[in-house]
Design a protein around this ligand. Structure first.
Ligand code: NAD
Ligand code: MG
Length: 396
């Protein structure tokens, strides 16, 4: 093989759940991929261990930990260059020596590097759904003007991408709607009256997937699916009313496309994030992902049900936000990040995550964001609003 033709991959959020799965797939194909950059927020030891294994050109960490990273790299005799902070992340994401950016940072913190990668025309593997929810039209414009290829990593969006025709120009004529499946999370059958007492450990115990804590809480409230509806809107361009959600507890059908003639194309597989990651890395080819094959003989029943509005009120904020003025999806995301963190910190009851989100949306009228700076300012302001609501509950 030719080393010159290896895809040079930057994994942003390398110490997380998606980051780890990405490196697992990449390590299976040393002939195809070369890891050139790795990042983490504060897990210095974990990042050093990855640097030792993958020997990247750069490692990026949160500013407070740069010294520890530099010392650790020196002690290990590694040539990896230590960098720190959001600016470094954006520079790496746009660097000419990077072909592919895995966006696996959690939250709006990943927006700037995503926009940088989009403008620089990279292959952008998008796990960081919050970046698209916040960036919205601006993100879409950056992708278009930069000529980037966005490959969805969220399993639902990868499924839809695989079930859609190759040529996006044909989608409006051919497609009726898309249907996102949702597992329903750990509280699908729980009495809504008991949700006030839920602990972070219960909320993070997802029945089908092992994931970071933020997305696990989002799955328990179904805000994850709300974010995914918004993500689908901007990834594929369908109108809000062409995006449906159905609960499918087995997480085997990863999502579906319904065509004009009522034919439905679905993508199926075991619930293993290495499948969409491998597809994003290899598209339009296919490579070994490491995932188990689906065994139909032992599969049993696949079931579907409508999401319950009383149990999962947060889900329905997605369509509301999409039909509201530009910037509203960024406000919803910011409120939710604040509320989820407050819940994880033991400062907010589980059932009040929705109250904070809904209240922030209702009391906050965004003006149309025109730039990354506008978005970041809007994000900051919405966080202040949401934090006030969290405090009001704590004082009550
Ligand atoms: P995680 O918490 O396991 O990992 C997050 C990573 O981002 C870590 O490497 C962390 O160091 C880094 N990070 C966190 N905050 C940061 C900040 N402020 N600045 C820079 N880096 C920061 O999360 P995860 O489960 O891997 O999820 C990552 C993203 O992928 C999320 O947007 C999530 O919604 C999405 N996603 C995850 C899954 C999954 O199965 N885990 C599935 C679909 C989509
Ligand atoms: Mg998903």
């Amino acid at each position: 093989f030719s080393v010159a033709h290896r895809q040079r991959v930057a994994v942003l959020g390398a110490t997380g759940s998606i980051g780890g799965n990405t490196l697992d797939v990449v390590a299976r194909h040393p002939d195809r991929f070369e890891v050139v950059a790795l990042s983490a927020e504060r897990q210095v030891e974990a990042l050093l261990a990855l640097c030792e294994r993958f020997r990247p050109r750069w490692a990026v960490i949160g500013a407070a930990h740069l010294d520890a990273l530099a010392v650790g790299l020196r002690e290990r005799g590694l040539a990896t260059e230590p960098l720190a902070g959001p600016q470094a992340l954006a520079e790496i994401a746009a660097h000419p020596a990077v072909d592919t950016v895995m966006a696996a940072i959690v939250g709006a913190a990943g927006l700037a590097p995503c926009l940088a990668a989009a403008r620089a025309g990279k292959r952008l593997l998008l796990a960081n759904k919050e970046a698209l929810v916040v960036g919205a039209e601006l993100f879409v414009d950056a992708v278009r003007s930069g000529g980037a290829h966005v490959l969805p990593i969220d399993s639902e969006h990868s499924a839809i991408f695989q079930a859609l025709p190759e040529d996006p120009q044909t989608w409006p004529q051919r497609v009726d709607k898309i249907v996102l499946t949702a597992s329903g999370g750990p509280f699908r059958q729980r009495d809504p009256a008991t949700l006030a007492a839920v602990t972070p450990e219960e909320a993070c115990a997802h029945p089908n997937w092992v994931m970071g804590r933020k997305i696990s809480v989002d799955s328990a409230t179904m805000m994850n699916k709300a974010l995914e509806v918004i993500e689908a809107r901007y990834l594929f361009g369908f109108a809000p009313e062409q995006i449906d959600v159905v609960i499918h507890p087995q997480s085997v059908v990863h999502s579906m496309v319904q065509y004009r003639d009522r034919s439905i194309v679905a993508q199926l597989g075991t619930p293993d994030m290495r499948v969409p990651i491998a597809y994003g890395l290899s598209w339009p080819e296919r490579i070994v992902s490491g995932a188990e094959a689906l065994d139909f003989a032992t599969l049993g029943a696949l079931t579907f049900e409508a999401p319950d509005r009383r149990r999962f009120p947060g889900l329905f904020l997605a369509w509301e936000a999409l039909c509201a003025p530009a910037g509203t999806t960024a406000v919803l995301n910011a409120a939710n990040e604040v509320a989820v963190q407050a819940f994880l910190d033991g400062r907010l009851r589980f059932d009040r995550i929705h109250a904070v989100n809904e209240g922030t949306l209702a009391s906050f009228a965004p003006s149309k964001p025109q730039s990354l700076d506008d978005l970041l300012a809007l994000d900051r302001e919405a966080r202040v609003h949401a934090e006030q609501r969290v405090r009001a509950y704590a004082g009550a």
